[in-house]
Design a protein around this ligand. Structure first.
Ligand code: GLN
Length: 290
């Protein structure tokens, strides 16, 4: 099979599930990650044969049929990049989103500020609730190698992938299986962070097929009658587990920013601040405990 034939097979398959622009990006990523070919390689030597070993390892027919079905490209490749680090991903975990990188960046900047103003002279304790692939916990542990980071999740599959990602990135994290609706392990913590399920069932109709059909619903959805279920549990339990001045950081549903603000205020948190994502939507909320 030539480079041009492979490219057109992959691109045509992607066009079944994505618009032209996305299909271009998706097929470019597949070509590069699975077959080691950039667009320039294809343009310069279109008739050059693709290495047989690569064709055998990643059967183009199979890759094309997964793409046609809108199977997420990161699951096909098996990994993604988040905050500059490589993460294994598979159907048991949510694919890390760029919005979540902002959450990590905000926490990192805040911690650096408090270290600089020497409010923090001791070991940092950080808890990530619903750690999933471990992207938040691992990125924070990589930024702050002296911190003690705990990642909790209810899913065994997620915990296995998160542990793989911790070793892939050479960081030490305590992973704990626990349900936040039942208990919050360990503590006291300086920072508690979470990107819990926040998409309401009624919002399913607005979701893309590659997310809705393949990413874990356990990590995505909440019932419409109590969409802040996980946030309320974390805020309440957090009061027992955060040190005085400890901070809470959440990724949120942009439609529930006001409800989140009022809930945190009601629970006794202070310095509540909403932060917009790159699309101008309220996506992060932070607060501290007196
Ligand atoms: N931002 C994700 C999405 O839109 C949802 C993440 C979550 O529910 N925590 O698919």
């Amino acid at each position: 099979m030539t480079r041009r034939e492979l490219w057109s097979k992959i691109k045509n398959a992607a066009l079944n599930a994505y618009d032209e622009h996305e299909a271009d990006a998706v097929s470019g990523l597949i070509m590069e990650e699975l077959y080691g070919l950039t667009k320039v390689d294809v343009i310069l030597e279109p008739n050059c044969k693709v290495e047989v070993a690569l064709i055998v390892e990643h059967d183009p027919e199979q890759v094309a049929s997964l793409l046609c079905e809108a199977y997420p490209v990161q699951y096909i490749i098996g990994h993604t990049t988040f905050c500059g680090h490589k993460f294994h991903v598979g159907p048991g975990v949510l694919i890390p989103r760029p919005e979540t990188e902002l959450l990590v960046k905000l926490i990192t900047d805040d911690i650096r500020d408090s270290v600089n103003s020497s409010k923090l002279g001791k070991q940092l304790n950080i808890l990530d609730i619903g750690t999933g692939s471990g992207c938040i916990a691992v990125s924070l542990a990589a930024e702050f190698p002296d911190a003690k980071v705990v990642g909790m999740d209810i899913s065994d599959e997620a915990l296995t992938i998160a542990a793989e990602n911790a070793s892939l990135n050479n960081v030490n994290i305590d992973f704990v299986k626990s349900d936040i609706l039942q208990s919050m392990p360990g503590g006291p913590y300086d920072v508690i962070v979470s990107n819990p399920p926040y998409v309401r069932e009624s919002e399913k109709s607005m979701m893309k097929r590659n997310v809705l059909d393949y990413e874990p619903h356990l990590a995505l959805f909440v019932y419409d009658d109590d969409p802040l279920l996980f946030y309320k549990a974390i805020a309440r339990r957090g009061k027992e587990k955060l040190v005085s001045g400890g901070k809470l950081y959440f990724e949120i549903n942009e439609a529930l920013d006001r409800d989140m603000f009022l809930m945190l205020l009601d629970e006794g948190y202070r310095g509540i601040k909403l932060v917009n994502d790159m699309f101008g939507k309220p996506r992060i909320i932070k607060a501290w405990l007196n």
